[in-house]
Design a protein around this ligand. Structure first.
Ligand SMILES: Cc1cc2nc3c(=O)[nH]c(=O)nc-3n(C[C@H](O)[C@H](O)[C@H](O)COP(=O)(O)OP(=O)(O)OC[C@H]3O[C@@H](n4cnc5c(N)ncnc54)[C@H](O)[C@@H]3O)c2cc1C
Length: 366
């Protein structure tokens, strides 16, 4: 777990041009900021502001800003569509013949060495490179012919940077249900980006031949995804009735949020949320470690309404989020890189078309 000061020092040394050249390769120069952004410890605006401070020009920073923009885009889609992102958005997944997660993903035994190593590493560290996520999703959706949803829940559960918008919508992008066509990769592509040299596999074919045969034997079995999140015990809350309640949650663990204000600070862990979107104990531990860096933060396991009863009329403040819509109180607005570009965009490129001129203007003013 890094502190904000440590993250900042790393980001000041980060070169977005090198990122642009190398980010698709497994050993590329990516930031590993995902867990800190997804848990709401920092946000995309904070990252952009630091790039500005470092003096990068728009064109130097563009490849990186574009990836940050994917995150903001997915957040907006979630905000506008809500739970509808759990269904195929634009069209049905044409390759889906069944529900469930391929057992070979659960056991890291797909027979594709780079993917298996990536899955083992994921279980151990909670991290996975973007390209390996694409390959894994492609394998589950198109080679194993399973619907994206259960496999997405599985991957989300193991990712330190699990964010349901980025996760579900990236799966939909691969599945072809939120993009113009399904994403496909063959062994040659995997070898190129992962420095592996495997040949003679069921993926060692031309793109157009990949889906011609049936499901590879190694991907035949699918299982429902079943995981119970082991939530910590609730602490008896130390309460000061004269102070407001500041609510933190799994998506909002910012140590700088209203940090100078005297308040009752509570991390709310709602069992109902974690039943719908379970996470592994490693992933939950990361969030709890982040929570431990917020001075005076106490943990409450229960529903928002139960917490509200404890708050007994104190002003309740929280950060606006799709998953906090049932909270009552005074929400602080969410922050995007450029807040004025809002809307229900049909595609990333529709969003980017509106965002890019504003980003250029922001960088030209520095
Ligand atoms: C199947 C699949 C599932 C994914 N699930 C998640 C998820 O649960 N949570 C999540 O944050 N991202 C997810 N992504 C997007 C992307 O893989 C990760 O954001 C990225 O790999 C995180 O590594 P990094 O922090 O080193 O990113 P960097 O490449 O250094 O980028 C910096 C930040 O930009 C944002 N970003 C970069 N690429 C993307 C992208 N393609 N889509 C959205 N945001 C991006 C992230 O916040 C990231 O931390 C998923 C992608 C795929 C294909």
């Amino acid at each position: 777990m890094k502190t904000i000061t440590e993250i900042e020092a790393e980001l000041r040394a980060f070169d977005p041009m090198k990122y642009g050249r190398s980010r698709n390769f497994l050993n590329g120069s990516v930031t590993a900021l995902g867990p800190y952004i997804s848990r709401g410890i920092i946000d995309t605006r904070w990252v952009m502001d630091l790039l500005l401070e470092q003096g990068w020009s728009y064109h130097q920073a563009k490849p990186f800003l574009q990836q940050l923009a994917w995150r903001d885009f997915y957040q907006l889609v979630w905000q506008h569509k809500g739970d509808a992102i759990n269904q195929d958005i634009r069209q049905e997944q044409v390759t889906a013949q069944r529900e469930g997660v391929p057992a070979a993903l659960l056991g890291a035994s797909t027979g594709i060495d780079a993917i298996d190593e990536g899955l083992r590493n994921l279980f151990e560290t909670g991290l996975m490179h973007n390209h390996l996520r694409l390959y894994t999703a492609f394998l589950a959706c198109h080679m194993a012919r399973s619907h994206w949803r259960e496999s997405a829940r599985f991957l989300y559960a193991h990712l330190l940077d699990g964010d349901w918008a980025s996760n579900a919508l990236s799966w939909q992008w691969v599945a072809g249900t939120f993009s113009s066509k399904p994403y496909v990769a063959n062994q040659e592509n995997i070898n190129h980006y992962t420095s592996s040299h495997q040949r003679q596999t069921y993926l060692d074919k031309a793109y157009e031949e990949l889906l011609e045969e049936g499901i590879p034997t190694v991907l035949a079995e699918v299982r429902p995804f079943d995981l119970k999140t082991e939530l910590p015990a609730s602490e008896p809350l130390q309460w000061n009735a004269n102070l407001p309640l500041l609510v933190y949650n799994y998506y909002h663990l910012s140590p700088t949020w209203r940090c100078d204000q005297a308040a009752n600070r509570v991390l709310l862990l709602e069992p109902e949320h974690f039943e719908k979107y379970p996470v592994s104990s490693k992933v939950l531990s990361f969030a709890l470690d982040a929570a431990a860096l917020i001075p005076g933060l106490q943990t409450f396991v229960g529903s928002f309404n139960q917490l509200k009863q404890v708050a007994q009329g104190s002003t309740i403040m929280y950060r606006e989020h799709v998953l906090a819509r049932h909270y009552q109180g005074e929400p602080d607005p969410r922050r995007l890189m450029i807040d004025e570009v809002q809307g229900d965009f049909r595609s990333f490129f529709a969003y980017w078309k509106r965002l890019e001129p504003k980003l250029m203007k922001t960088f030209s003013k520095r």
